[in-house]
Design a protein around this ligand. Structure first.
Ligand SMILES: [Zn+2]
Length: 265
């Protein structure tokens, strides 16, 4: 792997959404954290998506400083989100180092889980976010209007549209509901002009960066598994898009993450 030029980004970054709890990365958590720290990616959220991933996210977060857990059932795994699973999730959300509910939301692309089942689970996650005053981390694929309507009706006013890939208008609609917009390695892709346009529309104080590792590996490592260290390339690409320095971009997105997840600047 090429060594990242740290003189380009002399500031710490916060990966707001990563899956060291995924089978592809879980076998070597300390190495991935070590490499992230070498790249000055000092903080990250391990995001759950099913029962095992939630368990692992908690274990990783509770064993490491500056690493936090977000817990929930992603739309594709909501068949397993029965009342026992919901009760267990509610107990886990009250544990130390938990900073959000998710990922949750709606996915109408794969069509493996009925929309009604997904909606029921999303509604429950939104209710938990409200009850425990936690930000909600939303996965939205081809489901903009249902996600928007349900979020608006829920009264939840803080959270993240994760790995955003919609239009500038959609981004601003979510910003108006109080949401942050998180950009992934997709912003580094040559063909992603629409995503870069959306980034330009978002107020700076609502921007976040993420890897969604092991998925969505940024240029120049496409084809390999993604890892938290690579959020630096997302920062660089977003900085270029917004005519800011990589340091400014790191500082802005890190400060935003601190405010949203940790309640401090
Ligand atoms: Zn994810």
């Amino acid at each position: 792997m090429a060594i990242y030029d740290l003189t380009k980004t002399p500031a710490d970054s916060y990966d707001s959404h990563t899956h060291l709890n995924d089978d592809k990365l879980f076998h070597d958590v300390p190495a991935y954290i070590g490499r992230a720290n070498e790249f000055r990616v000092m903080e990250m959220n391990i995001v759950g998506y099913d029962a095992l991933a939630n368990e692992r996210a908690l274990t990783i977060a509770q064993a490491h400083d500056n690493i936090y857990a977000v817990l929930g059932f992603q739309p594709e795994d909501t068949m397993a989100f029965d009342s026992a699973a919901a009760e267990k999730l509610e107990m886990q959300l009250q544990q130390e180092k938990v900073v959000g509910v998710g990922e949750t939301g709606l996915d109408y692309y794969w069509e493996t889980v009925a929309h009604d089942v997904q909606k029921e689970a999303f509604k429950k996650h939104l209710a938990l976010a409200k009850k425990y005053d936690l930000p909600v981390i939303i996965h939205n694929r081809d489901a903009f209007s249902d996600v928007y309507d349900m979020l608006k009706a829920s009264g939840v006013h803080k959270g993240v549209m994760h790995s955003f890939s919609g239009t500038p208008e959609q981004a601003l609609a979510f910003v108006a509901l109080g949401m942050h917009i998180s950009f992934s390695g997709v912003v580094t892709f040559k063909k992603a002009d629409d995503v870069r346009q959306a980034a330009q529309a978002v107020p700076l104080e609502r921007l976040l960066v993420e890897t969604d590792a092991p998925y969505l590996t940024p240029t120049p490592f496409r084809g390999k598994d993604n890892e938290p260290a690579f959020v630096k390339y997302v920062v660089d690409s977003l900085a270029e898009t917004l005519n800011l320095s990589p340091k400014e971009m790191s500082d802005i997105t890190r400060t935003n993450a601190h405010r949203l997840f940790l309640n401090h600047d």
